[in-house]
Design a binder for this molecule. Structure first.
Ligand code: NDP
Ligand code: GDR
Length: 428
């Protein structure tokens, strides 16, 4: 039975879902926030684990907040950590979840080279702690578990692709980072608990997925934020690492829908979720600039590669930036505040439209990784055929979504700074 069919059932399935309880580790992350939205829409009671931090770390889910005093509260957050077995066991006992989505992880590949032991503990052993807690609590026949596995398991080894040139569920693994190695433990321990204890535990082997909520230090978001700032004249250029790396980029919204579908399937299995299209980091940069009407020319190679503005489609640029970049008239003069804080002032002379020939990108080798995954491309045929998964976003739509969101975000920042400037000016 295709899961889409389950989706389309009306009252009966919705009534069943009304009673379902889910627990999400990593609810404050990109995927956790979209998944929480999806499950709440479906009528689930959602429990989420958040870490204690010295600053609020719930920005991505603040719009879902529900008053704990409300008797109909359907989103409950628990303090916790994947390194703490007792804490996890207690939360699982309290929530009695029908479904656990283990999305919590130190998820940055480059950072995993700096914190390898921690990554092993959280991303590897953390998965074991969840599985073992479910078993100890005798919930192994009730609770279905989704493990956030990753295309990093393949390590981009060319010889391990299938005959059609993709990585699929049968391709061998060869992880290339402490993150990938920790996640391979998570993958195998999930499979082992499924086989040893007949638990409904699935691995979603997800290829890169992005969104306006993507963490700012992953390459796509780093690019869209920088391009928005460059377009608005708030920054001159950006620095990136390996422009040759190729990734299979999808939209996080499509991928979290698939996580849910995997746990509704008849049988626990492992699944590749991908778009089947791969693109270089360089082309992602090109596409992002195109969204604001700027065409780039790439020059040089390797560490000496740069990109300059080749042409500007003024109509598209104006439309994308909503004419918010205003080069000041000479006659407007410069106030004392502007002189002291030119960087804070919208419309000040240092905030200008990019110009032809401007260098907007250089390579900084400090972003290179000790071992790199050169190329990833996934074959999602199994998920499409068996579960009827149909992604809504292609790469262009993804880039468009991220660019529109970041241009808006940067403009809001500018407006806030401008408002601050007006207040300062009035105080002078
Ligand atoms: P994010 O980095 O956006 O979110 C990670 C989440 O894990 C955050 O909520 C974070 O909390 C939490 N977390 C980190 N360390 C711990 C810990 N010690 N204990 C409990 N929670 C912790 O990742 P994504 O949403 O992008 O990814 C979700 C999962 O999917 C991750 O496991 C990732 O490795 C995996 N994955 C992601 C892919 C992608 O392209 N996005 C592709 C394939 C797999 P805090 O907010 O406090 O930092
Ligand atoms: P990745 O994502 O390592 O694939 O892991 P990331 O966006 O960090 O890197 C993708 C590729 O871009 C190259 N790159 C840069 N990367 C970053 N972060 N910053 C740069 O300045 C830069 N310049 C070039 C990288 O070298 C790499 O080749 C993501 C994470 O979400 C993992 O948790 C997840 O498991 C995998 O995707 C699938």
């Amino acid at each position: 039975m295709k899961v889409d069919f389950v989706h389309e059932q009306t009252t009966n399935i919705e009534q069943i879902n009304m009673k379902k309880v889910a627990l999400i580790t990593g609810i404050t992350g990109q995927d956790g926030s979209y998944l929480a939205e999806l499950l709440l829409e479906k009528g689930y009671m959602v429990h989420g684990i958040k870490r204690r931090s010295s600053l609020f770390n719930t920005d991505r889910i603040d719009h879902l907040y529900q008053d704990p005093h409300d008797p109909d509260q359907r989103l409950k957050l628990h303090y916790g950590d994947l390194t703490d077995s007792m804490n996890l066991t207690r939360i699982i006992q309290e929530a009695q979840p029908d479904e656990i989505y283990n999305l919590g992880a130190m998820s940055h590949v480059a950072v995993s080279f700096d914190t390898p032991e921690y990554v092993g503990n959280v991303d590897g052993l953390g998965t074991l702690r969840i599985l073992e807690a479910v078993r100890i609590l005798g919930l192994e026949k009730k609770t279905r578990i989704y493990q956030a596995s990753t295309s990093e398991l393949y390590g981009g080894m060319a010889e391990n692709k299938n005959e059609r040139g993709f990585y699929d569920e049968n391709s061998p693994f060869y992880p290339r980072s402490p993150y990938g190695v920790a996640k391979i433990y998570g993958f195998w321990i999930t499979k082992n608990y499924r086989e040893a204890y007949d638990m409904f535990a699935c691995n979603g082997i997800l290829f890169n997925h992005e969104s306006p909520r993507r963490g700012e230090t992953f390459v796509t978001r780093k690019i869209t934020r920088a391009v928005a700032k460059i377009a608005l004249g708030l920054q001159e250029k950006m620095y990136l690492g390996n422009l040759e790396a190729k990734r299979d980029w999808g939209h996080a919204k499509d991928y979290v829908r698939m996580m849910w579908m995997l746990l509704q399937a008849d049988k626990a299995e492992d699944w590749v979720i991908a778009t089947g299209v791969t693109t270089t980091v360089r082309d992602f940069v090109r596409l992002a600039f195109e969204e604001v009407g700027i065409e780039l020319e790439f020059k040089g190679a390797g560490v000496n590669e740069t990109a300059v503005v080749k042409s500007i489609n003024q109509e598209k640029y104006n439309q994308a930036t909503n004419s918010s970049v205003r080069v000041p008239e000479q006659s407007e003069g410069v106030s004392r505040t502007q002189q002291r804080h030119p960087e804070l002032v919208s419309g000040s002379a240092n905030r200008k439209q990019p110009v032809i020939g401007q260098e907007v990108l250089s390579v900084d080798p400090s972003y290179f990784r000790p071992t790199e995954v050169d190329l990833l491309i996934g074959d999602p045929s199994k998920a499409k055929e068996k579960l009827g998964w149909v992604p809504e976003y292609d790469l262009k739509a993804l880039v468009q979504d991220m660019m529109q969101s970041d241009v808006l975000l940067m403009k809001k920042d500018v407006d806030l700074l401008k408002a601050g400037h007006e207040i300062l000016k009035q105080a002078e």
